[in-house]
Write a protein that binds this ligand. Structure first.
Ligand SMILES: Cc1cc2nc3c(=O)[nH]c(=O)nc-3n(C[C@H](O)[C@H](O)[C@H](O)COP(=O)(O)O)c2cc1C
Ligand SMILES: [Mn+2]
Length: 481
């Protein structure tokens, strides 16, 4: 089932008629614009851009890789016919049952087909897009894997952090506070050293997924990816850094991130997942590239954050992590969890969470909300959490709005909690608070369940019952089909 590289994944998508090749789109806003237009359609395919003006034919860009639920299902061997709610349930089970498998070191790999040393390398040979109109530059790294190792114990971290092309040998690297590679690089800097780094820009999809989801500090995403794939990720050892690099990556670099006292460059602005440019442009650390490796006819993978409701991985994997945590916190009878804005990846920010449950006791709904807000996946960059009864599909916005509009009275249904974990990406942090690094916001719990104390006297729903629907569908098949 596991794909060996990005090409095998694209071939599998092609086999189900799920790839669209587009020739002639420009790197400057045309590729990004087309990606955004397609991603808002119902049934959009994987987009493979070729013949990009100014670049060698077959230097390609692939995007919307897993942005449709059908293709994130393909990546991990899930049934693509499942409902969105069922997919989140499956993700919950997948994440809960992972048995990590360490990567396998191999001597050679396709990524080494073309090797350029420091004297000959050039990061501008690839058609890196300028994705959104107000972006401050070209981003080669949006679906990239940034590989670093802890200097204390050698533990290897793989994370997705955006990467801008500054010039032929210099890249900009933006890592949010708390993310693992940021902690690791600071350990090198504290010792007066530059942080060794390897990055891939196009790799087998499960590794990308794992790099984007929050795996505990000290656990390697390589091992998680191996567990999800049921087979190890093959890696080659980087000759300069000693870091493990996916052997079948499309493009990879080795380099180092010098301490900010030595070098920074203005990075951004970049259109981010909340749908804004809240973070602006700032001086950020850089990667000084020392070696470049790439396959012949390389495919640059791109996953630009797009204004919601687009989800990078098709379904909110963050919702699956929240569901797992609710179970750990002993909140019974959860029937579904969904995130409407963000929530792509656990820990990546989830400003609108919906939990569906079967109410068993007084305060059950409130317990679920508080617990969901307590875990990392439900806490970082949050805003609203809505709890609904079991008959409401949390992934169906119309159903959720109906429940909110009819089952609760705002005064008693709303609880506000202050002083919670927000970020520079949060558009409602005022300029003054941003300046002062006062990055907290509040959370609203909205209990949209039928009032527990008299739920059995709550007026019955007037919609067609399941039994009646079945009867009518059977009798009137000829009219309905
Ligand atoms: C497509 C995509 C792009 C991302 N871009 C960034 C980014 O630019 N900076 C960042 O700090 N996190 C970014 N993230 C979130 C991190 O990759 C994610 O939180 C991951 O868990 C971090 O790994 P870590 O816990 O090992 O640091 C992105 C996630 C995805 C899915
Ligand atoms: Mn990590």
């Amino acid at each position: 089932m596991a794909f060996q590289d990005l090409r095998e994944f694209i071939a599998a998508a092609r086999a189900i008629n799920d790839v669209k090749e587009i020739h002639g789109a420009d790197w400057d806003l045309e590729i990004g614009g087309l990606v955004e237009i397609f991603a808002l359609r119902d049934n959009f395919p994987l987009l493979l851009f070729d013949q990009i003006p100014g670049y060698p034919a077959s230097y390609r860009v692939a995007s919307t890789l897993m942005t449709h639920p059908r293709r994130s299902a393909l990546a991990v061997g899930m049934d693509p016919g499942l409902s969105k709610r069922e997919m989140v349930w499956q993700w919950k089970e997948l994440l809960r049952k992972i048995t990590p498998i360490p990567p396998r070191m191999v001597r050679d790999g396709a990524v080494l087909e073309n090797v350029r040393d420091e004297a000959s390398l050039d990061m501008e040979i690839f058609p890196s897009p300028r994705w959104h109109e107000l972006d401050g530059g070209r981003y080669i790294g949006t679906a990239c894997c940034v590989i670093t190792a802890d200097p204390d114990d050698g533990w290897v971290n793989v994370g997705i952090y955006r990467i801008q092309v500054h010039d032929k040998k210099t890249l900009g690297l933006h890592i949010s506070p708390g993310h693992h590679a940021r902690i690791i690089r600071e350990k090198y800097w504290e010792r007066g050293m530059a942080c060794p780094v390897a990055v891939t820009f196009g790799q087998e999809p499960v590794l990308l997924l794992t790099a984007g989801i929050s795996v505990p500090y000290g656990v390697s995403e390589y091992e998680y990816a191996g567990g999800l794939r049921h087979t190890p990720v093959d890696v080659v050892r980087g000759t300069l850094t000693g870091l493990p690099i996916p052997a079948t990556a499309e493009i990879a670099i080795e380099g180092e991130v010098p301490p900010p006292g030595q070098e920074t460059r203005v990075e951004g602005p970049f259109g981010e997942w909340p749908g804004y440019y809240a973070h602006g442009a700032k001086a950020e650390p850089v990667i000084c590239v020392k070696a470049l490796y790439y396959r012949s006819d390389p495919i640059l993978a791109g996953a630009p954050p797009l204004k919601p409701p687009v989800l990078t991985f098709g379904v909110p994997i963050g919702a699956a992590a929240i569901w797992n945590y609710l179970e750990k916190a002993d909140v019974p009878d959860i029937r579904g969890v969904w995130c409407f804005v963000g929530g792509s990846a656990p820990g990546g920010g989830a400003p609108f969470i919906v939990v569906s449950l079967k109410q068993r006791y007084h305060g059950h709904a409130q317990q679920a909300a508080i617990a969901a807000l307590g875990c990392r996946a439900g806490n970082y960059h949050g805003r609203f959490i809505v709890v609904v009864d079991e008959d409401i599909d949390p992934a169906d916005l119309g159903e959720v709005i109906w429940a909110v509009s009819t089952r609760c009275d705002p005064k008693s249904a709303l609880t506000v909690i202050d002083g919670c974990w927000s970020t520079l990406l949060d558009p409602v942090i005022s300029p003054e608070r941003r300046e002062a690094s006062d990055l907290v916001n509040s959370r609203a719990i909205l209990n949209a369940c039928r009032p527990f104390a008299w739920k059995d006297q709550f007026p019955p729903v007037s919609a067609l019952s399941l039994e009646q629907r079945k009867k009518i569908e059977k009798k009137w098949r000829s009219v309905l089909d």
